[in-house]
Design a protein around this ligand. Structure first.
Ligand SMILES: [Zn+2]
Ligand SMILES: [Zn+2]
Length: 254
């Protein structure tokens, strides 16, 4: 079954996505892909990003589309001690973002100290899930390609089986308790060169374990290039391959 949703998409305005990702172009592509609802979720890593977010909102006001389009935002963890994220209530009220999605974006380590990295990342994910401003935990256990280089902090990370099961259970329990979704992210995990085919397979089972515990899965491409939007249907196929159905997908309405 094709995916009905893509709830994590970047635009050219924040310069994270490339020039192909204008708002009209990405909306048109998503219509062509047969999606029912999408969320534009560009970054808000600091308050200085807000004027760029206003440009996205202005673009959306000009668009007439059969798609249900959410004007959301992606936030980062900005404090590794508390897990605080880069948005506060005032900025949320000003921006009018819905949904807010977010998570950690680094290991916060220089060396491949496996145990310490897993422990910190786990605690940060729990903090994001407990944060009332954030609705979706994005790309759990994603790390940038540079962190996987030899001698780098993530060089050891080749399978989700390296993450203890009780961590996964705790994350799922926290998501359930706080009524949060966990993301299945195509670009960050399933189309990212730093993760092997074997890793991706273990990751699909990780998502199945979480969904099996009753947590809603937010399906997304996290596209930074217009052609990456096409990955949404492959993402759905991967989820279906481990038994996750459309009924288990999250939408911002829930
Ligand atoms: Zn991200
Ligand atoms: Zn993103």
């Amino acid at each position: 079954m094709p995916s009905p949703y893509d709830f994590h998409i970047h635009t050219t305005h924040l310069k994270c996505a490339n020039e192909t990702m204008t708002v009209p172009a990405l909306v048109e592509r998503c219509e062509g892909l047969g999606l029912e609802a999408i969320a534009i979720t560009d970054h808000l890593n600091a308050p200085e990003f807000m004027p760029k977010q206003d440009l996205i909102k202005a673009d959306l006001e000009q668009i007439d589309s059969p798609l249900k389009i959410y004007f959301g935002v992606e936030v980062n963890v900005i404090d590794k001690e508390t897990g605080a994220v880069s948005i506060d209530e005032e900025e949320l009220a000003y921006g009018g973002f819905d949904p807010v999605i977010g998570g950690p974006h680094t290991s916060y380590h220089e060396k491949p100290d496996q145990e310490s990295i897993i422990d910190l990342q786990h605690r940060l994910m729990l903090a994001v899930l407990a944060n009332p401003l954030v609705e979706v935990l994005v790309h759990p256990w994603w790390f940038a390609g540079r962190e996987f280089q030899p001698g780098g902090p993530m060089e050891w990370f080749t399978s989700m089986e390296q993450i203890p099961d009780w961590h996964t259970r705790e994350v799922a329990d926290a998501a359930l308790k706080h009524k949060k979704a966990i993301e299945a992210n195509h670009s960050a995990i399933f189309a990212a060169g730093q993760y092997s085919e074997a890793f991706r397979e273990s990751y699909a089972h990780y998502l199945a374990e979480i969904a099996g515990r009753g947590v809603k899965i937010s399906i997304s491409t996290d596209a930074h290039d217009i052609n990456r939007l096409d990955g949404i249907h492959e993402m759905m196929g991967i989820l279906e391959g481990v038994g996750i159905t459309r009924e288990q997908l999250w939408t911002p309405e829930v």
